[in-house]
Design a protein around this ligand. Structure first.
Ligand code: NDP
Ligand code: MG
Length: 390
């Protein structure tokens, strides 16, 4: 039996992970499941999977969780410290699928057991890539990418030498507004931005896909995870979302990973690694698909990509600042406090201001320094957003 924990179990990635585990319950011993607001789902899954413990990050939800689990034998706990303690429980495989910067500390804690960390939480790499990767190495833990593009790159690199890699091409669907009139982008609604052409995901990452902040995060993720240079990473719009990434080698060969847009593919790969086992995703009928399309991303439509280049070039804590400003700008867009195109302006401004003031590039990356940069960037983003309103 493999002991598994799922951090962010109630979310889109968490539920897809549970779907895979629940199909073969005899193979898995579920240790911890965590969530935040969706307590009914957390209770249901914790009981069905006989989890040791269920944790909500929100202390005000503890009574509801405790009541729902009464008599089931599943422990209940709440709050950030309880989350960290849950991540620290011995497990062979931990899914890191909390959304946002909140996923970093529990993921780092899970590494301390020398376990396998399946990393969906891209913010961990964006905010603290060098810390996460060096801690994994130091602690003898394995980090496996779950973001579909990075799982694709990882798979294309099996048996290859990273020094033979010339470039990594990350594909992007182009999001909800890839064909929207450019001059109307500032007026799009939250509902329109929450509609992804190909993938069914959580709302935050879906809006980040519309703005390409998701792709911006993924470029940084690529640099941090695979240790390549910023100038080796490219983005291409591929509207079908069937090729997830390509790796170009010294001899000109391009190795592509092709699969349906179903996150259970990448999750299943990480769950079964280093083996390949059956994963219940659609098998592609290439003749029925007929053709695959590609086009270059327009800089004016996707300003987030240029910001990502800056973040990768500057390094240090710039990623933590970028992510925090992006999360704050997204909160403001969701709350109706700023427009869609304001998000990139706010993030760019916060990154520039913090770079000019703080010497972010050379700072040591620790959980504390990341949290500090995060708080400062959020405060600055709030100021910038207030300027838009007035
Ligand atoms: P969701 O919003 O669907 O789920 C997020 C999970 O995190 C839920 O379990 C949620 O609990 C929990 N959560 C929310 N806030 C907090 C907090 N402050 N502290 C602890 N837990 C919290 O997100 P996704 O599943 O879409 O994404 C998860 C991560 O995976 C993100 O980093 C995303 O970028 C990444 N990812 C997602 C992909 C996808 O297809 N969805 C693809 C590639 C990467 P609750 O729901 O109970 O409130
Ligand atoms: Mg992705």
């Amino acid at each position: 039996m493999r002991r598994v924990s799922i951090l962010g179990a109630t979310g889109s990635i968490g539920q897809s992970t549970i779907d895979l585990i629940a199909r073969i319950p005899d193979e898995y011993d579920v240790v911890a499941l965590t969530g935040s607001q969706n307590i009914p789902q957390l209770i249901k899954d914790a009981i069905a999977l006989h989890a040791e413990i269920a944790v909500t990050s929100d202390p005000s939800k503890l009574d509801e969780l405790r009541d729902g689990l009464a008599g089931s034998g599943v422990e209940a706990a709440a709050g950030d410290i309880a989350l960290i303690e849950a991540a620290a429980r011995p497990a062979d495989w931990v899914m890191s699928a909390i959304v946002g910067a909140a996923g970093l500390a529990p993921g780092l804690e899970a590494l301390k057991q020398g376990t396998t960390l399946a990393l969906a939480n891209k913010e961990s790499l964006v905010t603290a890539g060098p810390l996460l990767m060096s801690e994994a190495k130091r602690l003898g833990a394995t980090v496996l990418p779950v973001d579909s593009e990075h799982s694709a790159v990882f798979q294309a690199l099996i048996g290859e030498d990273i020094s033979a890699v010339e470039r990594i091409v990350i594909t992007a669907s182009g999001g909800a507004f890839r064909d929207h009139p450019l001059d109307a982008l500032d007026r799009v609604s939250v509902a329109e931005a929450s509609n992804h052409p190909n993938w069914d995901m959580g709302q935050r990452i879906t809006i980040d896909s519309s703005s390409m902040f998701n792709k911006a995060m993924e470029l940084i993720e690529t640099k941090e995870f695979f240790g390549v240079r910023a100038d080796q990473i490219e983005t291409i719009i591929h509207p079908e979302s069937l090729i997830h990434a390509l790796v170009g080698f010294n001899d000109g060969a391009l190795m592509a990973h092709v699969g349906p847009p179903d996150m259970r593919h990448a999750i299943g790969f990480a769950l079964n690694w280093p083996d390949r086992k059956h994963v219940p995703v659609e098998r592609l009928d290439l003749a029925a698909i007929g053709q695959l399309n590609f086009r270059a991303p327009e800089a004016a439509r996707y300003p987030a990509l240029a910001i990502a280049q800056k973040v990768m070039e500057e390094g240090g804590l710039t990623g933590a600042v970028f992510n925090a400003a992006k999360e704050q700008a997204l909160d403001a867009f969701l709350a109706g406090d700023c427009g869609f195109t304001d998000m990139a302006r706010v993030v760019d401004r916060v990154v520039d201001v913090m770079l000019s003031r703080e010497g972010l590039q050379n700072a040591t990356i620790t959980l504390d320094s990341v949290n500090q940069a995060d708080s400062m960037a959020r405060a600055l983003a709030v100021e910038e957003i207030a300027k838009i309103e007035s």
